[in-house]
Ligand binder design. Structure first.
Ligand SMILES: Nc1ncnc2c1ncn2[C@@H]1O[C@H](COP(=O)(O)OP(=O)(O)OP(=O)(O)O)[C@@H](O)[C@H]1O
Length: 311
């Protein structure tokens, strides 16, 4: 074991995004440091200076010998930390552990694992270090650009909402609902050709979702029977759903019962391609915009360890 391994095996490297969420970051950071010190966790930290800076920060930390990373922020910060891990070549990704202290607006990934949106409780979960080796998805978009995701990705209406959210996040968690309603009024469906296993489905489509975990869009559930370690994507094809279908079934978007609607089909697969026929819809991954138009998706089984709330 090298000197670096020895000093960093139990150390955490914290990557903090001061722009996440709508809280007073300096107050939240003070509370985080007090809790970490109180629990005697050994850590170093860095603040992101610009969007996607997480990728470089995580790679430098791994290069220095850190194997445990804490993401302080929302789903976007975590998404970028995961991308940094998946793109580095210093160490096997499954040897790396991520903990999350949620400070974001939607904080959807933590909901699948019952991690509370609470600084002290989330640090307790990190300290316990009960981990799950979770699957990670990979999207291939135009020009063969690869983007990894740890929660939910999709294209169509959900991508349109993510694009709209940029100007609404200052309103806090309600931004997701406002963007959703805006999308219901203005988003135009198009025809998608969807290819997986031995199937080719061509349909007028509101959106196609690729799920690893359960929640997206600030607490909505579009996926069915999610298992985060089964090596399979949970596909939801929301076909010709109308404005009225969605408004009348709004509670079902949050309870997950929307997947039972006759215009919604669900599947499991490990590889899928979606080709929009007459439009270039936005593609989102974990609430971040990653491209437009055609996309191919695969899953990497049991790729990264996450600290989760298992008693
Ligand atoms: N210093 C920075 N300045 C500007 N943007 C940043 C900075 N650091 C990170 N970012 C970007 O901020 C974006 C949003 O962060 P994040 O998603 O964590 O917060 P959020 O949008 O409030 O939460 P959620 O996604 O859970 O709703 C991410 O794309 C991230 O790359």
């Amino acid at each position: 074991m090298s000197y670096i391994d020895k000093i960093n095996r139990f150390s955490w490297f914290i990557i903090a995004n001061s722009t996440s969420g709508n809280g007073d970051f300096s107050k939240q950071w003070k509370e985080i440091r007090q809790n970490l010190n109180h629990k005697n966790l050994d850590y170093s930290f860095a603040f992101t200076q610009f969007s996607k800076h997480e990728v470089d920060l995580v790679q430098n930390a791994i290069k220095k010998g850190f194997r445990n990373i804490i993401s302080v922020g929302g789903d976007g910060t975590l998404h970028n930390v995961v991308n940094g891990i998946m793109l580095q070549r210093y160490v096997k990704t499954s040897e790396l552990t991520i903990g999350v202290i949620p400070l974001g607006t939607g904080n959807d990934w933590i909901k699948t694992y019952h991690i509370p949106n609470h600084i002290e409780k989330s640090i307790e979960i990190i300290q316990r270090k009960k981990t799950i080796l979770q699957d990670i998805g990979v999207l291939k978009t135009t020009n063969c650009k690869l983007t990894y995701f740890n929660n939910v990705a999709g294209l169509g209406y959900d991508g349109y909402i993510v694009n709209k959210l940029k100007s609404l996040k200052r309103f806090g968690a309600i931004a997701y609902l406002l963007a959703g309603i805006y999308g219901l009024l203005f988003y135009k469906k198009s025809t998608f050709k969807i290819i997986f296993d031995d199937k080719v489905i061509e349909t007028n489509c509101l959106m196609t979702i690729f799920g690893i975990c359960k929640f997206s869009g600030g607490g909505m559930q579009f996926t069915k029977n999610v298992h985060t370690t089964d090596g399979l994507l949970d596909i939801t094809i929301a076909k010709n759903l109308t404005f009225f279908d969605l408004i009348f079934h709004l509670p079902k978007l949050y309870s997950g019962k929307i997947v039972q609607h006759k215009k919604v089909a669900t599947y499991k697969t490990n590889r899928i391609t979606v080709i929009p026929k007459n439009a270039k819809p936005f593609i989102q991954a974990d609430g971040e915009l990653v491209g437009t138009g055609e996309v191919s998706v695969e899953i990497i089984e049991k790729a990264v360890k996450f600290c989760v709330n298992i008693l």
